[in-house]
Design a protein. Structure first.
Lengths: 224, 180
């Protein structure tokens, strides 16, 4: 089946794509660039650098810009998926949704209206399992956003490796953090993975941080 | 004896969404997962209970296989729980009730009509379906939402159908079924 993936560049959408790619053809990446950093639907840090991931994956990308206003962003998402259906003849959409019924309900409605299948391979997956799967599958990602106590600015840019996963699991018990960031506690960006032909090297970045909330602004990056 | 989870998913990728989360609820309770096309009556005789799991909104393959399900399940005299497409299968073969076009996506309020072993009261439940079931003489309606029948029980047997997805919310419904 030809599928499009709702792609934010983070660990969840990458992992969902890898699972879907085992028995399907991923023909396009669908990315929403929201100017609202607090969007409930779309994750925002480092989104402009998904174009490098698209190049490394060898999968074309359609990017739509949205102001991120609650109902309008859904219309933008509808148009993006409709466009992908027409342009790439996709029969379904894959998402990295884990537990957010807010996101998944809205995507399911759009897919149903357009007669498309909707696949959520990570749906209800325990977050520890997801983190273990990332390590097992050699998915290299970094933290590009934090939004919860006790994350300080040292977390920004940190590689999500086994040491980091251990630390996140400790925070689960001490601070009730969702260890994979399902509650928006962390955002991530994949820099290398089995489906990538080249690794992404970040040569210049800047941290923006205050009061347990921050993001990593990638200023220069390239494929190596 | 073991529990059998029957998948109605045409695409294996959907199993991770509709079957594996039910398997996670079962946890250490001994169970197997099998696609319906791989099932036969002899295999089913090895299990104490069956759960027929749901599938994607665009997946209607199970509708074409209703005669197969009829032959497979009619003589299985132990408890069965059908979730979403599973409920549609059970009411179609045991109640000879046709399916009707009724879309529900997301949370709906469920109102319990008759006291039963699976749930009680009013609660929010997650639905994802293009079809629903008709009222029919063989089944008692246990619960409804504003638009749809949400749960049924066979009049004479421990055969239950629920329209909502307990893997998303109301996991205790599955646990209560296991205690029947």
């Amino acid at each position: 089946m030809n599928l499009g993936i709702l792609f934010s560049g983070g660990k969840d959408s990458y992992l969902a794509m890898e699972m879907a790619a085992e028995s399907n053809e991923i023909t396009c990446l669908l990315t929403i660039n929201s100017s609202n950093q607090d969007s409930w639907m779309f994750h925002t840090p480092a989104i402009e650098w998904t174009k490098l991931q698209s190049k490394s994956l060898g999968i074309p990308q359609i990017i739509y810009n949205t102001k991120g206003i609650q109902d309008e962003e859904l219309e933008d998402l509808f148009e993006l998926i409709k466009n992908a259906k027409n342009k790439f003849s996709i029969e379904g959409i894959v998402t990295g949704a884990l537990a957010s019924t807010y996101q998944s309900t809205r995507i399911q409605k759009i897919c149903n209206d357009l007669g498309l299948w909707c696949f959520n391979p990570l749906w209800q997956m325990p977050q520890e399992t997801l983190l273990e799967k990332l390590l097992e599958n050699n998915v290299e990602s970094i933290i590009t956003g934090v939004a919860a106590e006790p994350f300080d600015d040292s977390w920004l840019g940190r590689a999500i490796n086994s040491e980091c996963v251990n630390d996140l699991m400790k925070l689960k018990s001490s601070y009730r953090i969702n260890p994979a960031g399902e509650g928006g506690e962390i955002e991530s960006f994949v820099i290398n993975a089995p489906l990538f032909s080249k690794k992404i090297e970040i040569s210049q970045s800047r941290k923006h941080y205050s009061n347990y909330s921050g993001r990593l602004e990638i200023m220069e990056a390239s494929l190596i | 004896m073991k529990i059998l989870l029957i998948s109605t998913c045409t695409h294996t990728l959907n199993n991770s969404e509709f079957v594996i989360p039910i398997s996670d609820i079962l946890g250490d309770i001994e169970h197997d997962i099998m696609h319906f096309e791989d099932c036969n009556k002899e295999i089913l005789s090895n299990y104490s209970k069956i759960i027929i799991c749901g599938t994607s909104m665009q997946d209607f393959t199970y509708v074409d296989w209703l005669p197969f399900f009829d032959d497979l399940l009619k003589e299985f005299n132990r408890p069965i729980l059908g979730i979403c497409s599973g409920m549609q299968i059970l009411t179609s073969i045991f109640g000879i009730s046709g399916l009707i076009d009724k879309i529900e996506i997301g949370f709906v309020e469920v109102n319990t009509l008759i006291s039963n072993k699976l749930f009680d009261g009013r609660f929010q439940a997650y639905n994802l379906h293009n079809y629903s079931v008709n009222d029919c003489n063989e089944f008692t309606i246990l619960a409804t939402s504003e638009n749809c029948i949400q749960a049924v029980k066979h009049m004479a047997r421990e055969i239950y159908g629920i329209s909502f997805h307990p893997e998303v919310r109301n996991q205790e419904v599955v646990k209560n079924f296991l205690n029947i």
